[in-house]
Structures are given as structure tokens and as C-alpha cells.
Design a protein around this ligand. Structure first.
Ligand SMILES: CC(C)c1onc(-c2c(Cl)cccc2Cl)c1COc1ccc2c(ccn2Cc2cccc(C(=O)O)c2)c1
Length: 232
């Protein structure tokens, strides 16, 4: 089936892909994954640094989403706070599914498994990582899925939901075409991708409990994480 993109859609895809490629975790932070300290405490500290760096990357990426900076300022904050965990699950899924240099992936998985997260959350988390890996998303689909997650209108405290809906729909139209283009044999592929967004919401509920149990064990977060996750 022939897929054609409008001029606007081509421009939008280019902006989103450039932003997605530009904002990677700095190599020195990612390299720290390979240092040889593996205590639960050390793993937690490394993952905290990773998450903090990832939030900075996420904010920069979000600012490049066309139309985002024209939204009401408080709504911009509400969208970032409401989507940060889900965007990081997507990003960590891509990192664990071989986006990272060989060796980093196993180390990263090991550190997540041994960072004080209880088994009841580890299972669904790694099921999600596996389900993302099985989709074999191309970069455009990964970047658009992250964009669609950020532009979710029904996050808490969003005032002008229709404005967010209009931006999200533009990204959804583009993603639908991308799926037909890159997965012509799988007519249900787009629906499968959107199904992952539902799974992300469940994971972000688990994440709130993960944070609570880390805090009970007196684990400290960085100021940026405290601000975006409303903790401490
Ligand atoms: C505060 C910390 C302990 C934490 O709390 N919840 C989670 C948490 C967890 Cl444990 C899982 C999923 C989401 C969150 Cl917020 C985390 C750890 O968060 C992250 C964040 C990003 C992560 C990771 C792991 C990988 N990445 C992405 C990554 C790593 C290396 C390179 C690149 C790159 O793009 O180049 C990307 C962990």
C-alpha cells in the first residue's frame, strides 16, 4: 500500500527525529554503568544519576516538540511531570533492547535488578522491556511514541486539554502512517504500539510504589527528581 506524507508531516518527523537523536545521555554518565561496584547502594546511586540525566534529556527533547512551547506554561509542567516516568520506561526499554553498546545492556539490567526494587515490580518491568523489544520499532516510531506519551491530554492538572489533544493527534496521524510504511505486513502494528501506552500507565503506578519503598529505606533522590516526582 503506498504511504505518502504531507509537507507538514515530513517537517514534523525531521524535527522530532533530530531532537530524539540530539538528546542522548552523556557518554560519561552511560560509561559509569561499567564501573565494577555492584552493591545495591552503588546500583541505586548510579540509576539515580541515570534518571536525573534522563530527565534533563527529556526536558530538552520535549521543548523541541513543535507546538509544545506554545502551550500554557503550567500545562507544559503538568505534561512533563505526568509523563516523565513513562518516557523513561520507554527510553530504558530502548537502551536495554540493544540500543546501547554491547555489554552495557547486561550491566544495566543487572543494576536495575539489584537496586532495591522489590520482585513484584521487577517482573512487570522486564515483561515490558521484552514486549517492547519484540516490536522491533524503528527510530521514528520510538521517537513518535515518546512524543505521544508526553502529549497525553488527561494528565493531572492539565487545564487546556483540547490544545494538547490537537498536538497529540498530529503525532498519532504521523505514527499511524509510519507503522504502515515500516510494517506493511502487520496491519495491527499501530494498535499494538498504542497498547504499550496502556502498559506504561500500569508501570507508572508501580513506580510510585517503588519510590515509596526506596524512601522508606531512606534512599535519597536528586533535587530534579524530587521536583518532577513530587517526593521529599
Ligand atoms: C532514581 C532511580 C533509582 C530510578 O527510579 N526509577 C527508575 C526507573 C527505572 Cl529503575 C526503570 C524505568 C524507569 C525509571 Cl524512572 C530509576 C532509574 O531510571 C533510569 C532512567 C534511565 C535509564 C535507566 C536505564 C536506562 N536508562 C536510559 C539510558 C541509559 C543509558 C544510556 C541511554 C542513552 O539513551 O544513551 C539511556 C534507568
Amino acid at each position: 500500500k503506498k504511504v505518502s506524507f504531507t509537507k507538514e508531516q515530513q517537517a514534523l518527523m525531521k524535527v522530532i527525529i533530530d531532537a530524539y537523536n540530539k538528546h542522548q545521555i552523556p557518554q560519561d554518565v552511560a560509561k559509569k554503568l561499567l564501573q565494577d561496584k555492584y552493591s545495591t547502594e552503588e546500583n541505586f546511586l548510579l540509576l539515580t544519576e541515570m534518571a536525573t540525566s534522563q530527565v534533563q534529556v527529556l526536558v530538552e527533547f520535549t521543548k523541541n516538540i513543535p507546538g509544545f512551547l506554545s502551550l500554557d506554561r503550567e500545562d507544559q509542567i503538568a505534561l512533563l511531570k505526568g509523563s516523565a516516568v513513562e518516557a523513561m520506561f520507554l527510553r530504558s526499554a530502548q537502551a536495554l533492547n540493544k540500543k546501547m553498546p554491547i555489554g552495557h545492556t547486561e550491566v544495566l539490567e543487572e543494576r536495575i535488578r539489584k537496586s532495591g526494587i522489590s520482585e513484584e515490580f521487577i517482573k512487570p518491568m522486564f515483561n515490558f522491556y521484552k514486549s517492547i523489544g519484540e516490536l522491533h520499532m524503528v527510530l521514528e516510531e520510538q521517537a513518535l511514541l515518546t512524543t505521544i506519551t508526553i502529549l497525553t491530554p488527561d494528565r493531572p492538572y492539565v487545564k487546556d486539554q483540547p490544545a494538547v489533544e490537537r498536538l497529540q493527534e498530529t503525532a498519532l496521524d504521523l505514527l499511524r502512517k509510519m507503522c504502515v510504511l515500516h510494517h506493511p505486513q502487520e496491519p495491527q502494528y499501530f494498535a499494538r504500539l498504542l497498547g504499550r501506552l496502556t502498559e506504561l500507565r500500569t508501570l507508572s503506578h508501580y513506580h510510585a510504589e517503588m519510590l515509596a519503598s526506596w524512601r522508606v529505606n531512606d534512599h535519597k533522590f536528586t533535587p530534579l527528581l524530587c521536583e518532577i516526582w513530587d517526593v521529599q
